[in-house]
Design a protein around this ligand. Structure first.
Ligand code: CP
Ligand code: NVA
Length: 309
């Protein structure tokens, strides 16, 4: 039965460890094809709101709704002008009259909170400048497939202390993985996210030292220049010198270690094509799992809803 009925998913910490367990189990079962003839979201619609570009998030939520028997409608910011053409609270109060859920990719986490506050339907964070929680569901599905239980595993994130780094820290709280964030000085993850995670008992390490990579179970990176930071490109490329993931770096992982990247990759910056093609790379399995993990999330958030029409 759905374990997240009536909730929003703005952060990984919007679910408990046992709810995460249920979602990842459902995701694995969906990947095995066990839900092929089940249409738990028949008659339901999901709005996909984008302030920024997307390949994976847009495609997987759309295909995911279709496979679960529902329907998705994509709304680019050119169309709806979130907060510009129309205030966010009005967008929320319109959408809730027509659709059964909202997935939104935005700049400010505050925009998601505002949508959630004004819409009675589930709101899902499809990436904000602060967090990327749906990505981490797919990432931990991939980690479990390769390495089993994530508890106690050393997950090393290298690069910018950005939305991905913050969500990695949240997953340390939920799964008991030992998360290390390796960044240049000045590019550490969000301080409030870190303090909260430590207070909740997570084992999180911040360092500027590449030695943290040695023996890691998972090495993860993401772009140095996130969407919206294009004006800082020059400065950032300089600051991150030496933090590029190369095949030589992947040789430093544990023998069973894997390399993950949420994609898109900015080749020549945080990584190189040879890392993507390396035997330790699981980046395309990870991308595939966006579909399975988000279908599981959608089922658990919306699976109890009945068509209102
Ligand atoms: N990883 C990810 O979210 O990809 P998109 O930006 O293409 O959606
Ligand atoms: N940190 C990147 C992730 C893209 C999926 C960004 O926010 O642009």
């Amino acid at each position: 039965a759905p374990v997240l009925a009536g909730r929003d998913f703005l952060s990984n910490l919007d679910m408990t460890s046992s709810e995460l367990r249920a979602v990842l189990d459902t995701a694995a079962s969906m990947k095995r094809g066990e839900w092929r003839s089940v249409k738990p979201l028949a008659g339901l619609s999901l709005a996909l709101v984008f302030e920024k570009a997307s390949l994976r998030t847009r495609t997987t939520f759309d295909v995911g709704m279709y496979q679960l028997g529902g329907h998705a409608i994509t709304l680019s910011n050119q169309e709806i002008g979130l907060g510009k053409r129309e205030r966010v609270s009005d967008v929320a109060r319109n959408l809730e009259r027509w659709v059964d859920g909202i997935m939104a990719r935005v700049y400010l986490q505050q925009t998601l909170t505002e949508l959630a506050d004004h819409a009675a339907i589930p709101v899902i964070n499809g990436l904000s400048d602060m967090l990327h929680p749906v990505q981490l569901l797919a990432d931990y599905q991939t980690i479990e497939e390769e390495l089993g239980d994530a508890s106690g595993k050393r997950v090393v994130y290298i690069g910018d202390g950005n939305n991905l780094a913050n969500s990695h820290i949240h997953m340390g709280v939920l799964t008991g993985s030992h998360v290390t964030i390796v960044t240049p000085v000045g590019y550490e993850p969000n301080g409030a996210v870190l303090l909260d995670a430590v207070r909740r008992g997570a084992e999180v390490t911040l360092t500027n030292d590449l030695a943290a990579i040695d023996g890691a179970d998972v090495l993860y990176t993401d772009v140095w220049i996130s969407m919206g930071q294009e004006d800082q490109a020059e400065l950032r490329r300089k600051a991150f010198q030496g933090y590029q993931v190369t095949p030589a770096m992947l040789d430093r992982l544990a023998p069973h270690g894997i390399f993950l990247h949420c994609l898109p990759a900015h080749y020549g910056e945080e990584t190189v094509p040879e890392a993507t093609e390396h035997p330790k790379s699981r980046v395309f399995d990870q991308a595939e799992n966006r579909l399975h993990a988000q279908k599981a999330l959608l089922y658990h958030l919306m699976g109890e809803l009945k068509p209102r029409w």
